[in-house]
Design a protein around this ligand. Structure first.
Ligand SMILES: Cc1cc2nc3c(=O)[nH]c(=O)nc-3n(C[C@H](O)[C@H](O)[C@H](O)COP(=O)(O)O)c2cc1C
Length: 172
């Protein structure tokens, strides 16, 4: 199989990570895959915030917990790196552009021996007043919203492969 299909079929969402940090070069390669994603009208407005500082991840986790009321869950599964994607609130393709960018990064990470999971569960917190605070802190323009995140690291445990329902294709 060619290497592109290899990573598409073999990538799994990983929910348990080693504490080993990814290197600056690995991070830059992943971010570059995000930058090189296509964007609607070539707007290139998606912004990427890469967090490897454990204290900041802990602060995000604290705010996340306060937004989900009582549940105990670590939003990034203790992955040592977390990338947040933001885009303009009033652009109709923001969510699609960020979705394409995050998948580009997930496949790029897989191709260099890293593991990921795409994280949407942060949206509730990031779309409320606590999120406004983070947007300021990250220096993201205040007309932007958080769309999606990506946890990145080395897997500590496998996730079972989930089959795909193939009755969703309509050929004429
Ligand atoms: C838009 C989007 C949001 C997701 N958000 C989360 C999340 O917040 N937490 C999580 O554990 N997995 C999340 N996932 C991962 C999916 O649960 C996962 O892709 C799906 O179960 C299929 O498993 P696989 O990626 O291993 O094939 C998200 C995936 C997508 C595409």
């Amino acid at each position: 199989m060619n290497p592109v299909f290899d990573v598409i079929y073999n990538r799994r969402s990983i929910r348990s990570y080693k504490s080993d940090q990814i290197t600056p070069e690995q991070l830059d390669n992943i971010l570059s895959a995000g930058l090189w994603a296509p964007t609607a009208r070539n707007e290139q407005e998606i912004k990427f915030v890469a967090v490897q500082d454990g204290n900041i991840l802990e602060e995000l986790q604290k705010d996340f917990l306060s937004s989900i009321g009582g549940e105990s869950r670590v939003f990034h599964y203790n992955a040592p790196a977390f990338i947040l994607l933001f885009g303009p609130k009033d652009f109709e393709y923001t969510e699609i552009d960020a979705g394409i960018a995050v998948q580009n990064m997930a496949l790029a990470a897989e191709s260099i021996g890293l593991n990921t999971v795409i994280i949407g569960i942060l949206r509730k917190m990031m779309h409320g007043p606590l999120g406004d605070k983070w947007i300021k802190r990250f220096n993201i323009p205040d007309d932007h919203k958080f769309v999606i995140g990506l946890a990145v690291g080395y897997k500590a445990a496998d996730t079972p492969k989930k089959d795909r329902r193939d009755n969703r294709i309509y050929k004429l």
